[in-house]
Design a protein. Structure first.
Length: 192
């Protein structure tokens, strides 16, 4: 009898602690649906004329019993990636060329994240260029993010990392219709 009372008291304390933690954590964990397919204006200090074309490509949720609602976009986001193609109107200057790249973003820590390796991303002091790694991560709700530029010891420069904020603004639909779920799967995970 005494053991039952101790177990019940322990369960009550655990529930109270769990409820307190849930109430104190201002931002509960949540899933993120993919952003709208379309053309976005990329806004970052010192960068102009860059447009991102964002299209989501998703695997349909399989027949797993773990996922109860296959049509929920938050659940489906875990099975999505974003194809991002960055373009500039002109490709004449070196800066214009650096604005033309593509990547596939995945959901990492509630942010859409992708990496681009740029062969001539660093301008060397004596002329020439070196390689850099550019990482972009942005929040689906606010369309704001961070651009991280990283390079090793190249052409006499010390290794360096810089971070700059950026934002995206939807300015139109994608150039052509998008087939977000190219495979159709039934309830027992047979896809055609």
């Amino acid at each position: 009898m005494k053991i039952r009372r101790m177990l019940a008291a322990g369960a009550g304390v655990s529930c109270a602690v769990a409820i307190g933690i849930a109430l104190e954590s201002g931002n509960p964990a949540r899933a993120v649906g993919p952003p709208a397919d379309g053309n976005y204006t990329f806004n970052q200090a010192g960068v102009s004329g860059v447009t991102w074309t964002v299209t989501a490509l998703c695997d349909q949720v399989n027949g797993s019993r773990y996922y109860k609602d296959y049509s929920n976009p938050d659940i489906q986001a875990d099975f999505c990636s974003l194809n991002i193609v960055s373009t500039t109107d002109e490709q004449i200057s070196r800066q214009d060329k650096l604005g033309n790249y593509s990547g596939r973003a995945r959901l990492v820590g509630q942010r859409w994240t992708f990496k681009v390796d740029v062969a001539d991303g660093v301008s060397c002091p004596g002329g020439g260029t070196g390689t850099s790694t550019e990482t972009y991560a942005f929040d689906n709700d606010t369309l704001t993010g961070t651009h991280t530029s990283l390079h090793g010891a190249v052409c006499g420069l010390q290794p360096s990392m810089s971070k700059q904020p950026f934002s995206l603004a939807l300015n139109g639909p994608p150039p052509s219709p998008i087939q977000r779920y190219p495979l159709q799967c039934n309830d027992i995970a047979i896809c055609y």
